[in-house]
Design a binder for this molecule. Structure first.
Ligand SMILES: [Zn+2]
Length: 284
């Protein structure tokens, strides 16, 4: 898809699995399992749908990656627990666009949880943690970095220092504080609830708009306002934020991206006369 100077594609950071009950919070399994089947361990398969945004802006070719999946550096036990699929997948995905990890100029991270920022770093041949994208600057919310360094016990397992510490040490991890335009037509916007400083990404121009929802609405099956995750730290704030965003995007033609949906990565949203939301698939 083309918006302003930008070419936008979905690239996969690989699939993984999480407990279905945790993903649907208080929604009963007899209800959620009808729209999202679970396996024998009650896990559901999830995607990491990242965005590759390319454009020639201010005299420079930008290859921007929005989130980067789970990465490749976890041990086999960790990989097995979450059923990670897709070692090396980002390299293969970038190769579809004749790019390597060295061509990425900027990584915008919605937050530092491992399923969004795990691909930020890798282990080199000498066993050292290094940036996966050596020529990129990485951008995250200041508050999220603070929370990642001093995490609440409830989210400690999601914030792994190996995903950002070497970036900060090298001075390539930049922080933003609140809503901000990063490139012409590309902005970050706070979307609290899942965590305090989750950021959504807005790409806008030519009368078109893409909203990258990250964990505000992780899959198309989470579209109804009360269907929030057990992982969300502040559930009421999350529901309120969802209602606000749904109102904004509904019937507007805005394309929303569901980062974790393995079947329906992007779509537009409508609301029926009973107030129920529906998603119509869009291929970027
Ligand atoms: Zn997530």
């Amino acid at each position: 898809m083309h918006i302003g100077p930008w070419d936008i594609h979905i690239v996969s950071g690989g699939k993984f699995a999480l407990d279905g009950g945790a993903m649907f919070g208080t929604v009963p399994k007899v209800v959620w399992s009808k729209v999202y089947p679970a396996d024998e361990n009650n896990q559901i398969i999830m995607a990491t749908n990242c965005l590759l945004v390319q454009g020639f802006v201010n005299g420079k070719q930008e290859n921007i990656l929005i989130d980067n999946g789970n990465g490749d550096k976890e041990d086999e036990a960790f990989m097995a627990r979450f059923k990670f699929e897709g070692r090396g997948i980002l390299d293969r995905e970038l190769a579809r666009f004749h790019l390597t990890t060295s061509d990425i100029t900027c990584c915008i991270l919605t937050h530092l949880h491992f399923d969004h920022a795990g691909g930020s770093t890798r282990i080199d041949a000498a066993g050292n943690l290094v940036p996966s994208f050596p020529n990129a600057r990485y951008i995250v919310q200041k508050k999220d970095l603070e929370d990642a360094k001093n995490p609440h016990i409830r989210v400690r397992a999601s914030y792994l220092p190996k995903n950002w510490e070497c970036l900060e040490a090298l001075g390539i991890l930049e922080t933003v504080d609140g809503n901000q335009e990063i490139f012409p037509g590309i902005s970050v916007r706070l979307a609290p609830g899942h965590i305090e400083a989750l950021q959504n990404i807005v790409i806008e121009g030519d009368g078109k708009k893409i909203l990258y929802l990250a964990d505000l609405i992780p899959t198309s099956r989470h579209i109804q306002p009360a269907w929030v995750m057990g992982y969300d730290l502040d559930v009421v704030t999350c529901v309120d934020e969802k209602i606000k965003v749904l109102k904004e995007v509904c019937d507007s033609g805005t394309i929303v991206v569901f980062e974790h949906d393995p079947d329906l990565p992007a779509g537009t949203i409508t609301r029926d006369t009973k107030g129920k939301y529906h998603v119509t698939r869009v291929d970027l």
